[in-house]
Design a protein around this ligand. Structure first.
Ligand SMILES: NC(=O)c1ccc[n+]([C@@H]2O[C@H](COP(=O)([O-])OP(=O)(O)OC[C@H]3O[C@@H](n4cnc5c(N)ncnc54)[C@H](OP(=O)(O)O)[C@@H]3O)[C@@H](O)[C@H]2O)c1
Length: 250
């Protein structure tokens, strides 16, 4: 059995690679940062020396990626963790950068959908598979300064639902996980590498971490085949919504 994880170089994707390392025989890991993927491969092979680890150093927006995946997988993907994604900026619509919008839309929406477009026909052909899309609480709630990020995750939410309907009864489990605040490199990326700004996001509260999300995704995958966990929505104890975060108590 194999698994394809996009955005495996940090955060949730990295944690999921570690979780799957003893459950599959091949991991196909996609991200832009080569050294991060190589370091992860070393760690994975220490856990499971028999694991085949293929690292694909590509931007998910690069159309060539589909050929790479085809080559290393032999057109067979059992598990897709459709995870690569990002938020850029916390500006209102009136002051945010259009180029940031384009990057979020192409990465979170177009490239995410392209992965499903690639692997669903193979899953049908090969008799089944599992897909987990990384959505967000921003996929059904909103917050000021997140117009385009929220819009991209609303799009993922809609796509997941339709794919679930279309594949019902075909041994393909289409699932989605929608986290609130997870302390990964997400906020550092959002604020253009400004770690001080990123740390402020999680100040005085106890956020989720990548391993929490990986554990929940593993639970979804480990269910008997007739059980589909459509969606998990998860937030840290201190968070009640994207705009309600209690600090200094937990
Ligand atoms: N952290 C949160 O609070 C949170 C909450 C809800 C949902 N999510 C979602 O969870 C997913 C994972 O985020 P995370 O929290 O784990 O953040 P992260 O630590 O920043 O990880 C993001 C991953 O996506 C990859 N990525 C980003 N743009 C890419 C591109 N154009 N091509 C290839 N890879 C790309 C990054 O790798 P490279 O930079 O090496 O390319 C990295 O591996 C995202 O879809 C995010 O929207 C996160």
């Amino acid at each position: 059995m194999n698994a394809l994880i996009t955005g495996a170089s940090s955060g949730i994707g990295r944690a999921m690679a570690l979780s799957l390392s003893t459950k599959v025989s091949q991991l196909i890991l996609v991200a832009r940062r080569k050294e991060r993927l190589e370091e992860l491969r070393g760690e994975l092979l220490l856990i499971n020396p028999k694991l085949k680890v293929d690292i694909l150093v590509r931007d998910v927006n690069d159309p060539e990626l589909t050929h790479d995946i085809e080559r290393v997988s032999g057109k067979k993907i059992d598990i897709l963790i459709n995870n690569a994604g990002l938020a850029l900026g916390r500006e209102k619509v009136e002051t945010s950068k259009f180029s940031d919008w384009e990057q979020m839309i192409s990465t979170n929406v177009t490239a995410n959908f392209r992965m499903a477009h690639l692997v669903v026909p193979w899953m049908i052909e090969n008799g089944g598979g599992d897909i987990i899309n990384l959505c967000s609480v921003a996929g059904f709630l909103t917050y000021p300064g997140g117009a385009v990020y929220c819009a991209t995750k609303h799009a993922v939410h809609a796509f997941t639902r339709v794919l679930r309907e279309e594949t019902a009864g075909r041994n393909i489990r289409v699932m989605q996980i929608s986290p609130g605040m997870v302390n990964t490199e997400f906020s550092t990326a959002r604020f253009g590498g400004d770690k001080t700004m990123a740390d402020k996001v999680y100040e005085g509260m106890n956020p989720l971490v990548g391993e929490d999300i990986a554990r929940m995704m593993q639970f979804m995958l480990d269910q008997p085949r007739h059980v589909v966990i459509d969606e998990i929505v998860t937030m840290p104890m201190a968070q009640g919504s994207p705009t309600t975060v209690v600090r200094g108590k937990v």
